[in-house]
Every structure is written in C-alpha cells, then in structure tokens.
Design a protein around this ligand. Structure first.
Ligand SMILES: [Mg+2]
Ligand SMILES: [Zn+2]
Length: 182
C-alpha cells in the first residue's frame, strides 16, 4: 500500500484560540485562517490529525465532561467547514508523569503513522510552540511554527532544514504547497 502524507495539527493556539485549559465550549473560536487552510491541505491530499497536550485534565483543572464538551464543539466546527480529522490523539498527563505521549514526546504521532500508513518524511507538524516543531523533526517529518512564539529551549537534535516559521496560516499553506513532493 502507498504510504500517504499527513499534517499533525496542534489544537490550542493553532486550530482554535488558546484559552489556557479550555473548559467552556461557548468560547471555542477558530484561529484566523485555520478552516480555509485545513480545507486546502485536505485538497492537496494530506490526511489530517490533531495531536494535543491536555494536561489540564491530568491536573484536575478540566473535568472529563468539560474536556469532552470542548472536544465536541471543535468537532462540530470542523464538520461545519467540511474538514475531516481522521483521528484526534490527546495526552492528558502532567509533565511530571514523564509519559511517552506528551509532546514533544513522539508516541502519539508514531502510533498514528503506523495505524494509518503515513509517510512521515512527506508529513508536517504545525503548532504554535517550538515543541511542536521539535516533535516534527524528531519523528522525521517537517516542523512548522505558526505565529511568533519565543524559543522555549534550544534542543540539540533540532535540524534546521526541517523547520520553518510563518506568521499566518495562509503562509503555512503556501509553503507546504511549494515544497510538496508528489
Ligand atoms: Mg498550542
Ligand atoms: Zn501522555
């Protein structure tokens, strides 16, 4: 079977505005340009996944039902825009749990890639934190930073050629379109 390319999307601050431990579905709003961008990426033939750290759940700041209602609201917005997310992968752990799924740990993406036959070398991570970029590089994909986050750390295994930074979703899509290998 031919392996397919994918985009692994961060959720908070990338698809929807970052509300810091979101619990109210009424407050869920798109990041500017996100739905149009996702539609275009979908049309370019990328499978779309959401990979998100939700430590608010593990910390007890967000209840399971609050988490679920925000998740359902996000699903509804995506559906209204005709966007298909193949799978959502969440880590609910706290950093001190030292799990293997909290980004920039790689388990969530590696599991998705295996399950869905993804060609990681033709895939991208997109997120609003440098850890999202590091994650992309670590799994052998391309890491894209959306917006203007300051570097959190300077990880030694970051390979510059596989990382990019763009201020808007439109520029992210233009870059992926240019660099797409068929
Ligand atoms: Mg984020
Ligand atoms: Zn985890």
């Amino acid at each position: 079977m031919m392996k397919r390319p994918a985009i692994f999307l961060d959720r908070d601050g990338t698809l929807i505005e970052d509300l810091h431990y979101p619990k109210d579905p009424e407050k869920v709003k798109w990041v500017s340009g996100a739905p149009q961008a996702l539609k275009e990426l979908q049309n370019l033939g990328f499978l779309l996944f959401v990979v998100s750290n939700q430590s608010g759940v593990g910390r007890g700041i967000i209840t399971d039902s609050e988490f679920r209602s925000v998740h359902e609201r996000v699903c509804k917005l995506l559906k209204e825009s005709g966007i298909e997310i193949l799978e959502f992968a969440y880590c609910f752990h706290k950093p001190e749990d030292l799990c293997k799924c909290r980004k920039p740990e790689t388990k969530l993406i590696l599991d998705l890639a295996k399950t869905h036959s993804i060609d990681l070398s033709r895939s991208y991570t997109v997120g609003d934190k440098w850890s999202d970029v590091l994650l992309g590089v670590r799994v052998g994909a391309n890491g894209i930073l959306l917006g203007s986050a300051q570097p959190e750390q300077n990880p030694p295994d970051l390979e510059r050629q596989n990382q990019s930074n763009f201020p808007t979703w439109a520029e992210v899509v233009a870059f992926i379109r240019r660099s797409k290998i068929n």
